[in-house]
Design a protein around this ligand. Structure first.
Ligand SMILES: Nc1nc2c(ncn2[C@@H]2O[C@H](COP(=O)(O)OP(=O)(O)OP(=O)(O)O)[C@@H](O)[C@H]2O)c(=O)[nH]1
Ligand SMILES: [Mg+2]
Length: 202
């Protein structure tokens, strides 16, 4: 697929943090009443829960997804003056669910109508994880790509051109090392921009 090969080309350039990607494509207007929702998705063991905890702090509740034994964490987060509900999903590999966890993650994405979706990936294994990013984009979901574990990726000698990836994908891309908090302020900024649907040109 041409777009995929161009995306993979971007992996050989230096990491930069510029631009906000195509966050305003749908022109959605913010509704100031009620809490806007952010859903965190990604394959297992990529740091979703560390990102969730960093965004929500101590304000989280864990409960079974209705009718199942699968637990889902939900919490509130305040970012740049905006209060949001944030949900952490069980790991999923694709939109074609095999496990109950994947079925629930998919159902949350499509039924809960989030204003922003943070797709957390392991930056060391980006090629393996981008297909889910493309599925989110193709489904028209308001996605942000979080290249997490950048600390480990850099130690492995992996460099990613964040700005070029944003241009190729047309969505905001942020590099983080969630365990140390690196990149989390920019991720919060991109989430708020996505929710408010205001493009940044910085
Ligand atoms: N080095 C490094 N480790 C990280 C980072 N983010 C998360 N981790 C570690 O990766 C492991 C998995 O993190 P989790 O947050 O539990 O991952 P998850 O995606 O929620 O995993 P599941 O809920 O099982 O799908 C933990 O040991 C984290 O401490 C990061 O940015 N850098
Ligand atoms: Mg988790």
């Amino acid at each position: 697929m041409a777009v995929m090969s161009r995306i993979l080309d971007a992996l050989s350039f230096g990491t930069r943090h510029k631009g906000g990607g195509g966050c305003c494509a749908d022109g959605t207007q913010i509704d100031e009443k009620g809490l806007k929702k952010v859903i965190i998705v990604g394959t297992p063991n990529v740091g979703k829960s560390v990102v969730f905890n960093s965004l929500t702090g101590a304000h989280a509740t864990v409960s079974n997804y209705p009718g199942t034994t699968v637990t889902v964490s939900r919490g509130k987060a305040r970012m740049e003056g905006l209060e949001l509900e944030v949900a952490d999903t069980p790991g999923m590999y694709s939109f074609m669910p095999i496990t109950e966890e994947e079925r629930i993650a998919r159902s949350m994405l499509f039924n809960e109508k989030p204003q922003a979706i943070v797709h957390v990936v392991d930056a060391k294994n980006l090629q393996r994880m981008l297909p889910l990013t493309l599925q989110l984009i193709e489904a028209g979901l308001p996605s942000i790509l979080d290249l997490n574990m950048m600390d480990e990726a850099e130690t492995s000698g992996i460099e990613i051109d964040v700005h070029r990836l944003e241009e190729e994908l047309g969505i905001p891309v942020v590099a983080t090392a969630a365990v140390s908090g690196r990149g989390m302020d920019l991720l919060r900024k991109r989430i708020v921009e996505r929710v408010r649907c205001q493009c940044s040109t910085d």
